[in-house]
Design a protein around this ligand. Structure first.
Ligand SMILES: C[S@@+](CC[C@H](N)C(=O)[O-])C[C@H]1O[C@@H](n2cnc3c(N)ncnc32)[C@H](O)[C@@H]1O
Length: 226
């Protein structure tokens, strides 16, 4: 692990441990965004560009269009791309500072940016979306509440809606970590979405991080109840 990465991990571990000890395990996201003072270099996951695997998946599924919900939108790049691609996009994040930052970055955007918590989804989001996108969210939520967060995702889909998830995959060569992001196992993910139909589950690595296994996976809802 290089020094910067080790330092960033150390910082995240401290913030997340102290938030969890206070019984507010998700508090550290706001602390991190607010403390960054609009310097994206301070946000370890900020790519400032669309996730290429999401773009690839959308290109392969032109039939998926309509209302999209971006869970944990961070700095908004994925939401903006989907909006430009023709989706009617709502994007939420638990951090007020991240939402303010998105609005500042994209002042003319038609995306509806709002503060929200996957653990307590707004009533109007339930069964409302043709596409729900979760990129690096479940892996950032501690184990103690990850199950509850994951099982809320299918509830956001309309009948026929698609769920797209991208994250780190727990494999034999990728050990579990003490600090976020925590890699997730295929078995765990599939168990959370068993009321949906699995469309695909692919593992991949990025050229710049060849020792990290990742997944891009999609499900769809094809029943009246989830
Ligand atoms: C690792 S970041 C990923 C951000 C973005 N999706 C990306 O790929 O750059 C995780 C994001 O999820 C947000 N988040 C964490 N828990 C959440 C929750 N329960 N509800 C909504 N957003 C949450 C955090 O504030 C943070 O922006």
């Amino acid at each position: 692990m290089n020094d910067n990465l080790a330092e960033a991990r150390e910082r995240l571990l401290k913030l997340s441990e102290s938030a969890e000890a206070d019984g507010e395990p998700l508090r550290w996201f706001e602390e991190l965004y607010a403390g960054a003072e609009r310097d994206a270099e301070e946000i370890p996951w900020a790519r400032m560009e669309t996730h290429p695997k999401m773009v690839e998946w959308i290109a392969e599924h032109p039939e998926v269009i309509g209302r999209a919900l971006i869970v944990g939108c961070g700095l908004g790049d994925d939401a903006e791309w989907l909006s430009a691609a023709g989706f009617d996009v709502t994007a939420f994040d638990i951090s007020q500072s991240s939402i303010d930052w998105c609005r500042e970055r994209f002042p003319q955007s038609p995306v509806k940016y709002c503060v929200g918590d996957l653990l307590e989804p707004a009533d109007e989001w339930l069964e409302a979306y043709d596409l729900v996108v979760e990129i690096h969210i479940l892996q950032a939520i501690p184990d103690s509440i990850r199950d509850a967060a994951a099982t809320n995702l299918p509830k956001l889909l309309n009948n026929g809606g698609h769920l797209l998830c991208i994250g780190r995959l727990l494999t034999e060569r990728v050990p579990n970590e003490p600090s976020p992001p925590w890699p997730l196992s295929q078995v765990w993910l599939e168990g959370r979405f068993e009321t949906l139909g699995k469309l695909s589950f692919l593992s991949f690595v990025n050229d710049d991080t060849p020792t990290i296994d990742r997944y891009v996976a999609a499900w769809n809802r094809h029943t009246a109840k989830v």
